[in-house]
Design a protein around this ligand. Structure first.
Ligand SMILES: *Cc1c(COP(=O)(O)O)cnc(C)c1O
Length: 381
């Protein structure tokens, strides 16, 4: 029996995998020590668990365990990377390059830095949502200190050419930060291969708990230094003070191990289901795919329902299928998506767009139901 509503908003957040929950539970109860307590076994047990999670995350992105800074999530990691990087390197230069389709956590942090004296270049994207590498090369100045371009977009799943961007940043000796919140655990992400200097992840986007995330900070070639944005006990190499969220960190580590194990099989399965959904719906006239079909995450599709007001459509669909019009963080805001607008969609087309995010627990039956239900709704709207 199909259980309603069907959840297809896995880009907003994912359910916690039962295996992840099981790994976390003992750290709420018997192993409640503070990972910074050096004098007794409660502390040692917690510290050991954090150490293991650090290794698990490092393995997922091909980093070293000493390069991981645990945070409360991707937003905090982004703030630390950009504000901490700017504070550390602004004597060298004040120019930051980012892109119009970034998540608000990046864009708003950059705007804050602009108020503090940073100069910002926001690269445009083409109709598929991808930056032009020539634009990037041209935007680079002698005083450019940071490039911040996401790995995968949260609204469309579109992938940026991270490896090429990393190579360009490396050539010009500019620090490269990538928001990999949507990509990590879903597709291979390798900080060595793509010359990534800083990268953020969030547990709740990869079948882990909310309130846990991390920033990877490269330690050699080059050694990236950051000014702490949270002062206190000097945890996390002094970059992020505050008692560690041990259960959350254990959960994040477990997510990484499971993702590594299941990545290929899951990408294949969800890619096939996504394609089936897309094929079923785009058979209807007036339903179009937004973003790159060649370069995108396997489990996401963003569709415009031409001529149908998005709010009406969403309200109708949401009775039985949980989807959203794009970023959860901005869905309270009736403005059309800044991502779709940047891809040159009209206001109307952008307002009629819906994101479908499949996930580990999405079934074939749910996709079949979704296709039928939306076709039925299209008749009545
Ligand atoms: C969800 C998301 C964030 C914010 O992550 P939190 O852990 O919820 O703070 C940042 N960037 C992207 C691309 C996201 O999808």
């Amino acid at each position: 029996m199909l259980k309603l509503p069907v959840y297809l908003d896995n880009n907003a957040t994912t359910p916690v995998d039962p295996e992840v929950l099981q790994a976390m539970l003992p750290y709420f109860t018997e192993h409640y020590g503070n990972a910074a307590s050096r004098n007794h076994s409660f502390g040692w047990v917690a510290e050991e668990a954090v150490k293991q999670a650090r290794e698990q995350l490092a393995q997922l992105i091909n980093a070293g365990p000493g390069e991981i800074v645990f945070t409360s999530g991707a937003t905090e990691a982004i703030n630390l990377a950009l504000k901490g990087g700017y504070e550390m390197y602004s004597a060298k230069g004040k120019h930051i390059i980012t892109c119009v389709t970034e998540h608000k956590a990046v864009l708003d942090t950059c705007k804050r830095l602009e108020k503090l004296g940073a100069e910002l270049t926001c690269l445009p994207v083409d109709r598929e949502g991808i930056i032009d590498l020539n634009d990037l090369e041209k935007a680079i100045r002698p005083d450019t200190i940071l490039i911040s371009i996401m790995t995968a977009n949260n609204e469309t799943g579109t992938l940026q050419p991270i490896k090429d961007i990393g190579a360009i940043a490396k050539k010009h000796k500019i620090i490269f930060f990538t928001d990999a919140t949507q990509a990590a655990g879903k597709i291979p992400v390798d900080v060595q291969d793509a010359y990534i200097d800083m990268l953020c992840v969030s547990a709740h986007k990869m079948y882990g708990p909310k309130g846990a995330g991390a920033l990877y900070v490269r330690r050699k070639d080059p050694r990236v230094r950051l000014a702490a944005q949270m002062d206190g006990g000097g945890h996390e190499h002094g970059m992020r003070s505050g008692t560690l969220n041990v259960p959350g960190i254990v959960g994040l580590g477990k997510c990484c191990t499971i993702s590594l194990r299941r990545m290929e099989e899951e990408a294949n399965r969800l890619g096939a289901l996504r394609d089936q959904l897309e094929k079923g719906l785009t058979a209807e006239k007036k339903i179009m795919v937004n973003g790159s079909r060649a370069h995108r995450l396997p489990h996401v599709t963003n569709l415009t329902f031409e001529g149908i007001p998005g709010d009406q459509l969403l309200a109708a669909i949401n009775r039985t299928i949980a989807v959203s019009s794009g970023s959860a963080c901005t869905s309270a805001n009736p403005e059309p998506s800044h991502v779709l607008k940047a891809m040159q969609l009209s206001d109307d087309s952008a307002k009629s767009a819906i994101r479908f995010g499949l996930g580990r627990f999405t079934t074939r039956e749910e996709i079949a139901y979704t296709i039928d239900k939306i076709k039925e709704l299209m008749q009545s709207l």
